[in-house]
Write a protein that binds this ligand. Sequence first.
Ligand SMILES: Cc1cc2nc3c(=O)[nH]c(=O)nc-3n(C[C@H](O)[C@H](O)[C@H](O)COP(=O)(O)OP(=O)(O)OC[C@H]3O[C@@H](n4cnc5c(N)ncnc54)[C@H](O)[C@@H]3O)c2cc1C
Length: 482
Amino acid sequence: MTLNAVDTQFFTEVLVVGGGVAGTSAILHLRSKDVTLIESSGSNTAVAAWNIMIRDADQLAEVMLRAGEEMNDRELLSVFVDRHSSAVSELESLGVRFRKSNIGLIPKLRSVGAGMHAILRSHVSGKEPKIIRGRVVSFLVGRDNPGHVEGVVVLTQDGGEISVFCRHLILAGGGMSGIYPFSTGESRVNGSLLALAYDAGIELIDIEFSMFHPFLIVDSRFPRHLISGEILTRMNFTDADGHPFLSEVAADALRNNRHHWMFSFITREFYLQSLRGGIFAVIDADREWFERFKSDDEFGFVFSGHSLDDIGKIEIHPAFHFTLGGVRVDAFSRSNMENVYVVGEMAGGLHGAGRVGGTALIEGWIFGRRAAEHVNDRPDGREAWKGNRDIVRTSEGHTGVSSEARAYVWKALGPVRNGPDLLTAGKWLRDNALSAEERLIGAMVNASLLREETVGAFIREDFPTVRDKRHSYVCGTNVRFE
Ligand SMILES: Cc1cc2nc3c(=O)[nH]c(=O)nc-3n(C[C@H](O)[C@H](O)[C@H](O)COP(=O)(O)OP(=O)(O)OC[C@H]3O[C@@H](n4cnc5c(N)ncnc54)[C@H](O)[C@@H]3O)c2cc1C
């Protein structure tokens, strides 16, 4: 059933916001018959390459700790590795067929992201949740009881507003790809739900940690798309004059597909080159390999219609890829608000200061299920609002990120940061931030400024050494490092 704006007030047992892999997993695992899904268009689940890293549990924990510089939340990591292989089997039982990829598994589908999204959605319809298509623009919180979120206000696709009240709220709004001018992901996934959560007093962890990717194609002959996997082992990277700029260590790691463990190191070299001038990739392979790559590889479609001889050099640019920080959750995906669960890319902590490739989608699946199971175990919970408590609406009005704020984001919150740029951005945001998203960007700038050290997630030029690797916790205007 799809709800329209004529139903201006609506009550539901469990409300899930976000229809990517994390929200879908939550819906599929909930036992309640009274579930509502709110989703807007655009999801990184539908554009992802769907690589899944396969390792046994000990090795998986080891590589994730190495990539995360041991800042990973150990409880979340333990849930993740314990449930990893059963999560893959569960996807298989839903009809996903996998083949081997260079880091583990990948679905046997031509258009992987869209195909996976369609498979998952076909199972959602069997559960018959009520569906509201639109964008959550405010949270509804009790005036005297800030420890709960009573519901949300949705701006529906047809321009109306619905207030949805719930007993349990599962937030699966994805990351912040849309706030960055250079991003591998969906611009419509713009951190708005995270920003509303922050405005409502939900606590964030390491919100200043982002993962960047060196290889976004910005050459107008090709789709603006990330490239990864085997093609990187067949590429030489140069500046505009054709001179190689990578260190020997970085060039060697890329050639030999060992760069996954040193992603931030490599990204830094690409980012610094992007500030000096352009970055170009030249494919170093024979025609036969290239034709096979175009037809067999998940990134082959990027080059369809082009032959190796006419491609020449391809312009690329580093870009934002994944939100490492997010809402602080416990091992049951619970936030600091008693009835609010947060899952998928919107939650922080699992990956610490750096994420290893092929772990994000399965994270969404595992923790979406985890939240659903916790809700299933406590069907009574707190009674949903029925006019019996005083309610206030958070973040009224303006949403979105202005182009000026976006420019500050890339300069101040890119892979290499420094005090003066952060101070300038912070001042501009204090004076000009209008939307919840811009206030969240202000919190990220502030936490980056206070973190006077270099960690995997970003480099502070003015504090080049690693210090004590404490976590940042941001709640309202309060920031603490522990
Ligand atoms: C190009 C690319 C390739 C990737 N490849 C891989 C890979 O190979 N392997 C891997 O493990 N990971 C990969 N990732 C990462 C992975 O795709 C994401 O981390 C994952 O899809 C996040 O899932 P999610 O459900 O948390 O969020 P999403 O899939 O982004 O879904 C978020 C949902 O929330 C909704 N939403 C957001 N705000 C609001 C709002 N205010 N109101 C209502 N709805 C809202 C959106 O419309 C959407 O439905 C890749 C990412 C990108 C960008």
